[in-house]
Design a protein around this ligand. Sequence first.
Ligand SMILES: NC(=O)c1ccc[n+]([C@@H]2O[C@H](COP(=O)([O-])OP(=O)(O)OC[C@H]3O[C@@H](n4cnc5c(N)ncnc54)[C@H](O)[C@@H]3O)[C@@H](O)[C@H]2O)c1
Length: 357
Amino acid sequence: MKKRYRMGVIGLGEGRSIMSAALHSERFELAQVCDLNEELCRQRAQEFDFHRWTTSYEEMLANDEIDVIAIYTPDQLHFTHIRQAVEAGKHAICTKPVLPSLDDAAKLLAFMKQTDRKLFIGQSTRYFEPMLHQRQDFEAGKHGELSVVETHYITDGRWFLDKGWSRQKGFSWFHGFMIHAVDLVRWYIPDVSEVSGFARTSANTKAFGLEAWDSLRFIARNEAGQIATMAGDYALPTLGQHAQSQIGCVLRGTQGVTRAEYSNLTYYTHFAGEGPKVHSFDDKEPYYFRFENKSHHAGEYQNYIEYFADCLDRGEAPLPDAREAVHTLALMEAMTRSVQRGGQPVKLAEVIAEYGL
Ligand SMILES: NC(=O)c1ccc[n+]([C@@H]2O[C@H](COP(=O)([O-])OP(=O)(O)OC[C@H]3O[C@@H](n4cnc5c(N)ncnc54)[C@H](O)[C@@H]3O)[C@@H](O)[C@H]2O)c1
């Protein structure tokens, strides 16, 4: 039988999904959970009939039984909570984005370099059923030579602005939401070298007193000439899932084209020698969508904690690790600069050199 790891969770908003993931996984035992908000702790305790909670992170870190800390606190606190977990001798899973900007990126990389503890960044979209199948087909070479990756994350996310921290310094639709579309591009074209794009802030976001860009379009490429496009809209009405999935990832290659969707459990393929096919994973709906609405990620989290457990068994670095996640943030900084420079192409090397990555 494989080893079971014991998990502590900090941050019980979306941390609710990781509680569910750990409680349903054979690879994990949920050991303790933590949130500053005592009422929320009590609510989760009742919901999951799980009563080992605390409002003190220090208390949870002192718990010798815990091997892995899963961090679901606001973006601005991630680095502090990772550092505390690792210093307490724990491995860590941190939700995306690992950092709200590149300011602490070099420090994070240096910090992770001097420890044998593992840090995994929970880019949940990679672990959604259609995306897992698309990746499998890609790794099997079924697309032939990859020419183009097209990703989007388009959702009316105005509900998110009810969270107090979403209106504080450090929050942006770009880092909070569009990172999923950017990460998917880097999964397939890890060496993106140049990007350009445009972005704007609509009156709908300004109405919340925020200046964050809510409509963004980018085009990127690597030295080999592979092309990617990335699109995001966050405060505009949408057509609905049936007309356009919230997240989409299209891969176009010499031997085939595929499209993986979220939150539709649908994957489209057309490979050489086969007709176009639609693969539906609707039978997995209860696994992926355990709570109200479709804005929770328990299924993806269960997939990624089990992958993390396999990596720990083998002593391997789980991906994305700190380095990969930081390079995605570097691409996002290049995207930001391109917008600020009126759409001019920006080389990733400029950002990497400047931040010492
Ligand atoms: N697809 C995904 O992977 C996904 C989806 C949603 C949210 N997230 C990420 O999860 C993180 C949290 O987002 P959320 O929507 O749950 O926000 P949230 O505000 O609902 O929850 C954050 C929780 O952290 C708690 N907290 C803050 N500081 C703390 C501290 N020092 N000690 C203990 N608890 C503390 C707060 O009390 C709050 O309950 C963000 O980084 C967000 O980007 C990821």
